[in-house]
Design a protein around this ligand. Structure first.
Ligand code: DQA
Length: 145
């Protein structure tokens, strides 16, 4: 059966392409979705691609993943650095998780250096722009074999 990956994008990622392009690049969220769909197809994965600016909505989607997904790729954006609720939800669902950041968070402001999600992810990818999502899908396809 086809394995399904839930791709979650956190707050402000809907503004990709116009938001600080010097930092986050020129590609839009739609471009990122297309990249993920292409990669998922190549890897034989099903894909559910979502973005929300609301912490509670992300928590609910993570909880729902127990029934609808086999793995989670998440860029929690700013919630990486603040959200115990997203940490707890990811821990509760017990699915393989990869955390992705477009930028190298360790090269940026000190408040971005810690992520509450990293300890519940089996891998973390940061600093490779949108390529990070493709690399994460490759890692998940391998994990789900
Ligand atoms: C981000 C890094 C976060 O620190 C920031 O709040 C984001 C995007 C990234 O993809 O590089 O919104 O997760």
């Amino acid at each position: 059966m086809t394995k399904r990956v839930l791709v979650l994008n956190g707050p402000n990622l809907n503004l990709l392409g116009t938001r600080e392009p010097g930092t986050y690049g020129a590609e839009t969220l739609k471009d990122l979705e297309t990249l993920c769909r292409t990669a998922a197809e190549e890897l034989g994965l099903g894909l559910d691609f979502r973005q929300s600016n609301y912490e509670g909505e992300l928590v609910t989607w993570i909880q729902d993943a127990r029934k609808t997904a086999d793995a989670i790729l998440i860029n929690p954006a700013a919630y990486s650095h603040t959200s115990v609720a997203i940490h707890d939800a990811l821990r509760a669902v017990n699915l393989p998780v990869v955390e992705v950041h477009l930028t190298n968070i360790h090269q940026r402001e000190a408040f971005r250096h810690h992520s509450y999600v990293s300890s519940v992810a089996f891998g973390v990818i940061c600093g490779f722009g949108t390529l990070g999502y493709r690399l994460a899908l490759m890692a998940l396809a391998d994990k789900l074999k």
